[in-house]
Design a protein around this ligand. Structure first.
Ligand SMILES: NC(=O)c1ccc[n+]([C@@H]2O[C@H](COP(=O)([O-])OP(=O)(O)OC[C@H]3O[C@@H](n4cnc5c(N)ncnc54)[C@H](OP(=O)(O)O)[C@@H]3O)[C@@H](O)[C@H]2O)c1
Length: 297
């Protein structure tokens, strides 16, 4: 391990959540010499992170980042997750963090966004799904600010729907029911573990600088997904009544718009190319065996 003064710090937002947690895990496994600053609005909720080597829990809110930098400078890299809420919520989380990162000499900024129909199309296609639009705006802001004579490079991760949405519990069953509303139209899926792998790699591999990368590890209809599930696990994919998905689409307008996007356009990651880049990329069967919360033998 290099001397403490030369260890670079990475601030990971959403550290107690799925993507931030997966990035921390992948950074630790990679043994890259980083000190990880795990951000949480409530440090007492992040106790399990505090016990990990090279992880310091930092209490704070990303929409108010000045004090985070004051207390922890210099910070080499930032991993940014935003959480949808009322109109403008995601931009109010990410933009101050981008500004403060530039002001404080951050060298590399990773923003996890969402896929919007292929690498080229995602650049220009905000879609009409409000939380996709917010992420597109943040991408544009990040690119504009870091291209504008700054020394900060960026990586934009564009994941598709998470396999982890399927984990045991009512939400997993509701996700299967929503998926069933797509009929014969396949849906691309990615594991959160793999978002973590790419998120960590973005801080160590210079080829990820100033690049946006779509992320998916499988593409399946629900019928195909159920077959893979049964063959891998030996029991049926948990499901709920078929009308639940249609009801969710109708009641939650945002979900309705997102599933309409899946029907009319859809995610379009080149999965084969991504698997060449990262052979550990999980398809549904590998995710079920390696990372899901379903009971394994
Ligand atoms: N689910 C999918 O299929 C899918 C697919 C593509 C993209 N996405 C995007 O992924 C993002 C969510 O990422 P995730 O699943 O990793 O998140 P998550 O598991 O819900 O965790 C988010 C973390 O952010 C922190 N946080 C900070 N400010 C927050 C706020 N105002 N409200 C709630 N939490 C806040 C929370 O930590 P503390 O409480 O410790 O502060 C929380 O642990 C969303 O923007 C979503 O659109 C999801």
């Amino acid at each position: 391990m290099p001397p403490a003064s030369s260890v670079r710090k990475i601030l990971v937002t959403g550290a107690t959540g799925k993507q931030g947690g997966a990035v921390i895990e992948a950074l630790l496994v990679s043994q890259a010499p980083f000190q990880i600053l795990a951000l949480s609005r409530n440090a007492s909720r992040a106790q399990s992170l505090a016990s990990k080597p090279n992880v310091t829990v930092v209490q704070g809110d990303i929409s108010n980042p000045a004090s985070i930098f004051e207390a922890n400078n210099p910070i080499y890299g930032v991993f940014c997750v935003t959480v949808p809420g009322k109109k403008g919520a995601e931009e109010a989380q990410a933009k101050p963090l981008i500004d403060e990162s530039l002001k404080n000499g951050v060298e590399h900024f990773v923003f996890t966004s969402v896929e919007r129909g292929g690498t080229d199309r995602s650049e220009t296609n905000p879609t009409n799904v409000p939380h996709f639009i917010a992420k597109h705006r943040i991408e544009e802001y990040l690119k504009e600010k870091s291209d504008n004579g700054s020394k900060m490079s960026y990586t934009i991760l564009r994941p598709v729907a998470f396999m982890d949405n399927m984990n045991p519990g009512f939400l997993g069953k509701a996700f299967a029911s929503l998926w069933s509303t797509l009929g014969d139209k396949p849906l691309q899926l990615v594991s959160v573990r793999d978002i973590g792998l790419f998120g960590a790699r973005a801080f160590t591999d210079p080829s990820y600088k100033n690049r946006a990368i779509g992320m998916a590890g499988d593409e399946l209809t629900l019928a195909q997904g159920k077959k893979v599930f049964k063959e891998t696990m030996g029991f049926d994919m948990p499901e709920t009544y078929g009308f639940v998905g249609a009801a969710i689409r109708w009641i939650i307008a945002e979900v309705g718009l997102m599933f309409r996007f899946f029907e009319d356009e859809g995610y379009a990651v080149d999965i084969q190319a991504l698997r060449k880049e990262e052979p550990r990329l999980q398809d549904l069967s590998k995710w079920l065996k390696e990372s899901s919360k379903f009971p394994k033998e």
